[in-house]
Write a protein that binds this ligand. Sequence first.
Ligand SMILES: CC(C)=CCC/C(C)=C/CC/C(C)=C/CC/C(C)=C/CC/C(C)=C/CC/C(C)=C/CC/C(C)=C/COP(=O)(O)OP(=O)(O)O
Ligand SMILES: O=P(O)(O)OC[C@@H](O)CO
Ligand SMILES: [Mg+2]
Length: 231
Amino acid sequence: MLDYQEWRHVFKLDPNKEISDQDLEAVCESGTDGILLGGTDGVTLDKTLQLLARVRRFSVSCALEISNVESITPGFDYFFIPSVMNSSKVEWVLGHHHAAIKEFGPIMNWDEVVMEGYCVLNQEAKVAALTEANTDLSGEDIVAYARMAEKLYQFPVFYLEYSGVYGDVSIVEDVSRVLEKTRLFYGGGIQSPAQAREMAGLADTVVVGNLIYEDVGAALATVEAVKRTQK
Ligand SMILES: CC(C)=CCC/C(C)=C/CC/C(C)=C/CC/C(C)=C/CC/C(C)=C/CC/C(C)=C/CC/C(C)=C/COP(=O)(O)OP(=O)(O)O
Ligand SMILES: O=P(O)(O)OC[C@@H](O)CO
Ligand SMILES: [Mg+2]
């Protein structure tokens, strides 16, 4: 299992979306560093377990990015826990987390837990609607969230989430410049090796999601593009 701190390229698989055995094999055997299972809506325990079992046929690292308490199950290498820092609702910042820790706290293996400070930046994304995120942010606002994630909360991961659209390169650049220890995850709208390369030059980890379901060949081509790029 590759430590998540070494991940450069990650595929995000949505338990609520269909993927053929052939495409799943190609994704898992692509040379990607990790598979993140996660989505905003329609994620159930049943769908999560089914996809986990299918991914576990391969040796790639596999993490659950928790979107609801009902879908938490053992069997993952890591549990990534989003906290949407620019949500206007406390439940998406720490409320659901409190409820989950009440339930799972006594039996948790804390070494498997990875906190992610999320900054959601595409107003049209489902995750923005769900969490009522304030996406009307300046570059300075976003950099301040990054600094908070690292210096105040000491989150191991800060996630610039543009889900569905390609992000603002100058903002990713500004955030990249201020983070020292916290790893920068970039996700959103990657459609080509050129875009993957551009973001890989700025972020520690590049996440490719929807493209898997739209054009698996193009998605696979992002792996080498990221791996060949130095941050
Ligand atoms: C027994 C056992 C296994 C114990 C495990 C113990 C453990 C690890 C417990 C966890 C404790 C804990 C603190 C849990 C957190 C609970 C929780 C529900 C927190 C809230 C998380 C949150 C803010 C969710 C909001 C949605 C979100 C950020 C989802 C992430 C995925 C995402 C953004 C996907 C992008 O959207 P997508 O679905 O792709 O959109 P499209 O469909 O349009 O593409
Ligand atoms: O689906 P896309 O737009 O590639 O975004 C990836 C990931 O950041 C979604 O949570
Ligand atoms: Mg998606």
